[in-house]
Design a binder for this molecule. Structure first.
Ligand code: NAI
Length: 330
């Protein structure tokens, strides 16, 4: 039998946490034959509620779940974890400046980085979900220097999946037959959902999305803004932000990273820029990646047209500005 994998979820008493932990315990993240031990962290005001989540996990009698730790102690939570999904953070409240939210999250990600550095498994894989996701991941990387850069990522898979969903809805093809969209840049409204290399699997073979949709005006306009603003649309409808789709996408992100992407398919992940596609080095930027043997690599050689270039640069500029703001909070 396989040894259990230890999976940390921070902010586990929150909305996304509540949707995510049962998915992990059912094998959605790491596969149906991989036992797991869940480490759940939240802050003291949420301790009682966190304990309630633990009670429900026990009550669910998940066969793959070999243990549950629910704690408000960061080091205890991080001890020997193999996967860390960082969902906990300080939300933007009415009347708060962007800089104030940044400052709260910088201090959270700085201290959690140190705990991971000290207590996690040496090859821990980290996924930051909490916003500002790319910049929180960058701060985490800065303050956990012994964790390899390649092991620190942020979530843009939700945006990627939203783009697949929009193409499927528009064309009537199953979402599983649409692939290779790209989310470039920041997990924010400046992200660029790019369909220039995306394809649909049709009964007549793979066809470019542009050919199947046959409406460039829609693809260059409403499609992009719908994906960029989908988070706000969910808040408007549910009066709460996306939770089940965020949790499901976090599972997709880790599963593909650990178990590999299917042949001929890429996904979007926020990773440290190495300068590919003339994206400035030193920011966590969402790229198209393939994964094999537990490692991601940026897909190379895709043609970037003028329209795309402007959009890749604009979202990079925002990330540089966020990086400067984050450093000014240190
Ligand atoms: P939530 O407010 O329901 O839950 C957040 C939880 O984090 C709360 O239980 C809170 O007590 C906890 N928390 C706060 N500070 C903490 C700390 N220092 N350590 C551990 N836990 C801490 O929020 P929700 O809806 O679950 O969203 C969580 C985060 O994910 C937010 O930052 C949200 O903006 C972000 N998000 C990111 C998405 C993405 O695609 N990257 C998609 C959707 C949400």
């Amino acid at each position: 039998a396989k040894q259990p994998v230890r999976v940390l979820v921070t902010g586990a008493a929150g909305q996304i946490g509540y949707a995510l932990v049962p998915m992990i315990a059912r094998g959605v993240m790491l596969g149906p034959d991989q036992p797991v031990i869940l480490h759940m962290l939240d802050i003291p005001p949420a301790a009682e509620s966190l304990n309630g989540v633990k009670m429900e996990l026990i009550d669910s009698a998940f066969p793959l779940l070999k243990g549950v730790i629910a704690t408000t102690d960061v080091e205890e939570a991080c001890k020997d974890v193999n996967i860390a999904v960082m969902v906990g953070g300080f939300p933007r409240k009415e009347g708060m400046e962007r800089k104030d939210v940044m400052s709260k999250n910088v201090s959270i990600y700085k201290s959690q980085a140190s705990a991971l550095e000290k207590c996690a498994a040496k090859d821990v894989k980290v996924l930051v979900v909490a916003n500002p996701a790319n910049t929180n991941a960058l701060i985490l990387k800065e303050f956990a220097p012994s964790i390899p850069d390649k092991n620190i990522t942020c979530l843009t898979r939700l945006d990627h999946n939203r783009a697949l969903g929009q193409i499927s809805e528009r064309t009537g093809f199953q979402v599983s037959d649409v692939k290779n969209v790209i989310i470039w840049g920041n997990h924010s409204s400046t992200q660029y959902p790019d369909v220039n290399h995306a394809v649909v699997i049709t009964p007549k073979g793979e066809k470019p999305v542009r050919e199947v949709v046959n409406d460039d005006e829609w693809l260059n306009g409403p499609f992009i803004t719908t994906v960029q603003q989908r988070g706000a649309a969910i808040i408007k409808a549910r009066k709460l932000s996306s939770a089940l789709s965020a949790a499901s996408s976090a599972c997709d992100h880790i599963r593909d990273w650990v178990l590999g992407t299917p042949k001929g398919t890429w996904v979007s992940m926020g990773v440290l820029s190495d300068g590919s596609y003339k994206v400035p080095k030193g920011v966590i930027y969402s790229f198209p990646v393939t994964c094999a043997n537990g490692e991601w690599s940026i897909v190379q050689g895709l043609l970037i047209d003028g329209f795309s270039r402007t959009k890749l640069d604009a979202t990079a500029d925002e990330l540089i500005e966020e990086k400067e703001m984050a450093y000014s909070c240190l």
